[in-house]
Design a protein around this ligand. Structure first.
Ligand code: ASP
Length: 324
């Protein structure tokens, strides 16, 4: 018994000592479950820069894209819980379980929750050559082109999928969805005219709208945006889709059983990163709200995701969409 107590004490001591030196020379990986160049990737790269300073180590991004983000989620759920693998994931953490018949992980039980990062509205955008210059004209165009409309998204369960699904239901026009590994590559095709419309986070669309590379029609949140490129866009609710409100959130996760001292250290660094002047400036310019409430804490982050699972599950199930 004495021996066992001594062994446990020694393990705790060495964990404490290693947590003190953490992260040391070994780089930390943040897995992004979508392709490079898209909104999740952009948030992760900005956050990596901001969190690297308080953590005092190297932070690298690994894009593990596919299946609406669930391949990346799975990779982190099954990764070593040694404090060197994290996941920056969005609303798909809460929407995917309602869509995939076979999930390889359990959203609430296979992760440690570190904190929520930001909340971002989406924009309804189209290829630059689409013959509609405002929302009313877009609806007319969609109506006239039924059966020929291509809607890009980042796969089942992604934010663009959720938004596109609700939009099609609200206007009662079905579209052909074209899935990509992220809205980074989807944006390239939209600009090139290979697909017609898309719903994507303002963190990815603001620059393209400002440069006139895509057409923009509406914002998906309940409030208008104040940034120059977005301030003239109506909300979908104002445009006639009563109650339409989709806001995308991003949060930080680690594999279940990552040591508590490491989680505490990363959570403290996350809180500092969310106040980092460069990070704040960049996020605000792209229409994102940095989380500044109790949800930057693990317990409240998890509680929030639970509420999002309860909110979106029935909506998605009612739409009758499933994937294996
Ligand atoms: N915006 C994408 C989505 O629709 C994901 C991404 O590429 O970041 O979920």
């Amino acid at each position: 018994m004495k021996l066992l107590i001594a062994a446990v004490a020694l393990a705790a001591l060495s964990l404490g000592a290693s947590a003190q030196n953490y992260p040391g020379d070994k780089p930390i990986t943040i897995v992004v479950p979508f392709a490079a160049g898209g909104p999740t990737d952009k948030v992760a790269r900005d956050l990596a820069e901001a969190i690297r300073k308080p953590l005092g180590g190297q932070v690298i991004i690994e894009n593990v894209a596919g299946a609406g983000g669930t391949l990346g989620h799975t990779k982190v759920a099954k990764a070593n819980a040694d404090g060197y693998t994290f996941l920056l994931a969005h609303i798909a953490m809460a929407t995917a379980p309602a869509l995939y018949r076979k999930m390889q992980y359990d959203t609430l039980n296979d992760f440690e929750y570190l904190g929520l990062v930001n909340e971002v509205p989406m924009t309804l955008i189209a290829r630059p050559t689409l013959q509609a210059s405002n929302y009313a004209e877009l609806i007319k165009w969609l109506d006239a082109n039924k059966g020929k409309i291509n809607l890009a998204n980042a796969g089942l369960g992604s934010a663009s999928h959720l938004c596109g699904l609700l939009f099609q239901q609200s206007i009662k026009i079905d579209m052909t969805t074209v899935p990509y590994k992220g809205t980074g590559p989807a944006m390239t095709d939209l600009i090139g005219g290979q697909v017609d419309i898309m719903c994507d986070q303002t963190t990815n669309t603001t620059g393209q709208i400002a440069a006139g590379k895509v057409k923009a029609y509406a914002i998906t949140s309940s409030k208008r945006q104040t940034t120059d490129a977005l301030k003239n866009l109506p909300t979908l609710n104002e445009a006639g889709l009563k109650g339409f409100n989709v806001t995308i959130w991003h949060g930080l996760y680690a594999p279940k059983n990552t040591p508590k001292p490491v989680l505490d250290k990363v959570n403290a660094a996350l809180k500092l990163a969310l106040k980092d002047a460069d990070f704040v400036k960049r996020q605000e310019a792209l229409g994102a709200d940095i989380v500044d409430d109790a949800r930057v804490n693990p317990a409240e982050h998890k509680k929030f995701v639970e509420s999002e699972l309860a909110k979106w599950g029935p909506v998605i199930k009612a739409a009758g969409q499933y994937a294996d």
